[in-house]
Design a protein around this ligand. Sequence first.
Ligand code: NAD
Length: 438
Amino acid sequence: MADRYLRFTGTAPGRFLTRRLGLPQPAALTRWSAGRPALDGGLRHLTAGRSGLGLAPVLARTGIAPAGSDRAAAVVLDASGVRDVEGLAEVHAALHPVVRSLSASGRVVVLGAPLDPADHHQAAAQQALEGFTRSLGKEIGRGRTVNLVRLTDASAAESTLRFLLSPKSAYVSGQVIEVGTPQEPHESEGALDGDRPLTGRTALVTGGARGIGEAVAETLARDGARVVVLDVPGAEQDARRVADRLGGSALLLDITAADAGARIVEALPDGLDLLVHNAGITRDRRLVNMPAERWIPVLEVNLASVLRTTDALLKAGALKRGGRIVATASIAGLAGNAGQTNYGASKAGIVGLVRSLAPRALAEHGVTVNAVAPGFIETRMTAAVPLFIREAGRRMNSLAQGGLPVDVAETTAWLAHPGSGAVNGQVVRVCGQSLLGA
Ligand code: NAD
């Protein structure tokens, strides 16, 4: 699982040699730790066009000090008021002079507005921000990330800005995230326990015994949630180990069982707040060689069981208002992958589920529905990939390295945050801006 190349390029001779050979230069990413909870440096707030967002108080609440004339660790460019090509010139003028001085593992967040169907000049200019953001993400290097947030209400986007402007979003780059207006009265961030915003909430994580699911359980518990680790009976030892460590409980259950939803409801008589559909399997083979025995289980675990349990829990009223569903897609579901017609279909199905259910689940149950779409994450699943394909998967992204399970977990924790009620129907890639799929 270890990325030896990343370690090698972190040494002086490694850096020298790989630079001379024109090889990728991954930078060690700065991730969240209790001792290092924030970015190392100040924030620069820039504006292009005439903005009516009222962003300054929201940025002030993030606690990141304004950058002086020195290096900034983060730049927020408010381009929500850009309505034409002249406005785009202001985007260039604002960012051109500051990009060079952004520190390593720094953040660029561009704020845009929803595309106006009645004004094609505004729509062109706002869509231009997407191409701009993705292109800058591909060239900025040194572990720095660039993301675009489309919003209309700055305070509804506070949890999103906090996430993107922190070390927690180390492997999220090149993303376009839409933040709506909250339909539920959302808890103000100030009223929440800052370090443990999920206090009093119950989270169920499927496939939580190892890999990404284990990291999700750990991160939600760090944020205060009581976690229930669901996994197959065969993974009992691992599931109990994780649950015991986190002060939670284990639920041993094959999620494909027809009565899985009913058994979850029975196990959680007080209901639950966070449902993380993480369990997933692969059975790779090109379609010409793929028997139904390899197709059916992948569609069952990755998609059919997600649909069934979601329906059962919503129908039973087991998901509390203000609740969150986070499903797990994959870049293979967005871009496609040879040998994975079954897996790609199942993960694309998750995207369809999220897009269709999100508005209804919010309107009818007060629950948001989003997905994370991991790229290459260092787990047992990817360690089993043959060496050359594995190495290509690791490097073919803007950060030139694989992500860690905790990167997916931090993204899930942001979506689960009580302040993220206006983030709904999103599929957020955690892929270091993989070259696969836009
Ligand atoms: P993993 O194989 O390490 O862990 C998956 C867990 O799910 C295991 O504990 C397994 O026992 C459990 N599980 C499998 N079938 C189950 C069932 N029927 N009922 C209950 N639990 C079941 O996988 P991972 O790499 O941690 O991946 C987690 C999720 O992320 C999966 O949905 C996977 O498709 C997705 N994903 C992973 C990557 C990656 O690079 N690792 C990339 C994209 C998407």
